[in-house]
Design a protein around this ligand. Structure first.
Ligand code: ZN
Length: 339
């Protein structure tokens, strides 16, 4: 082989090596690009899925708030499937419920619904934000005036569900509740589950007694009622629906609660504990029907009130009394479920 031939052979070999390098580089690029694409696609998909999940969470929140405010209600169809429908504006709308009051509690619920100011009372129908109804059961008592003073100080109104205290001082307190612009409700005369719930006859006689006592004290024909133990109480000797039908037939409305201050559960609660429970439970509601008690011995409830009001206001709540304008009453057993 001549020198020229050897040189040509070496050049060919070099040229072949360059080709292989280029091919390898192309393959490397292809592999790298493929890897990048394979990594990027899941990231992009995850990103869009995250956005979608966020949207769905917002939709769920909206639906829950609409359900809570009574704009939609849940129904069960003939196949047993639960679904949501727009409310037809019936008297009672759905409200999340949580009966916390124990049956051992024998004489201590109170209801108050409050309005933040007199001005807000008049514009209640247009306010679309969160509402809190402070309710005080089982009074009046020595704790009623301190509660009224606190509510006055904040310029808000509540609802007091009174029992059959027929002494002059108690009747003056009922009058004072009305005179200061709060709502007054009936909470039975006896508040004795065994007697009150023994029969429809007992129930109707008791209701008449407390109605007439309040009428004598205040001049008001009060048609707002709260069942001792709530409408879901299991302490009745007859079906609670008999009592509900009686209330419906006699044009009474009743209201339960979806927030319990737990100030009547039998265990001693400090003011801080009561406020903490009420605020944390209310934050889950658009319409918070707050159960408290203004009976004797409920000083912790009195002390908890300023913190409850301030913290709920800070979270966008306004306070309203429960009056005829409130059409989404919280009821554990709906009045509309009884014909
Ligand atoms: Zn009670």
């Amino acid at each position: 082989m001549s020198i020229d031939e050897k040189s040509t052979s070496v050049e060919r070999q070099l040229s072949g090596t360059d080709e292989r390098r280029k091919r390898i580089n192309r393959m490397k690029k292809t592999i790298i690009i493929t890897c990048i694409v394979l990594v990027l696609i899941p990231i992009i998909v995850c990103f869009f899925l995250l956005i979608r999940v966020n949207q769905l969470e917002k939709d769920i929140d909206n639906l829950l708030s609409m359900k809570e405010s009574g704009k939609i209600v849940s129904q069960v169809d003939s196949a047993g499937e639960r679904y949501l429908v727009l409310s037809a504006g019936t008297e009672e709308k759905s409200e999340p419920e949580s009966e916390k009051e124990t049956e051992s509690e024998t004489a201590m619920e109170t209801t108050t619904a409050t309005k933040e100011t007199v001005e807000e009372t008049t514009t209640a129908d247009t306010y679309t934000g969160r509402r809190a109804y402070l309710t005080f059961d089982d009074g009046p008592s020595v704790n009623t005036i301190p509660i009224l003073d606190t509510l006055d100080r904040y310029g808000i109104k509540g609802t007091f569900f009174v029992i059959g205290k027929a002494d002059e001082q108690s009747m003056q307190l009922m009058k004072e509740i009305v005179n200061r612009g709060h709502s007054l409700g009936l909470h039975s005369f006896s508040h004795d589950y065994g007697t009150l719930y023994a029969s429809l006859q007992n129930f109707s006689a008791d209701l008449t007694s407390i109605h007439d006592l309040v009428k004598n004290a205040t001049g008001k024909d009060v048609k707002l009622f709260r069942f001792p133990g709530g409408s879901s109480t299991t302490t009745t000797a007859v079906d609670i629906r008999e009592f509900i039908k009686y209330l419906n037939d006699n044009h009474y409305r009743y209201v339960d609660w979806n927030v319990s201050s737990q100030d009547a559960t039998g265990k001693a609660m400090t003011a801080e504990q009561i406020a903490s429970v009420v605020v944390s439970e209310s934050l889950g509601c658009n319409n918070a029907y707050i159960l408290m008690h203004d009976a004797g011995g409920k000083e912790s409830t009195v002390q908890a009130l300023p913190a409850i009001i301030e913290q709920l206001q800070a979270n966008g709540f306004r306070f309203y009394p429960i009056d005829d304008s409130v059409d989404n009453l919280c009821q554990h057993v709906k009045s509309t479920s009884v014909q």
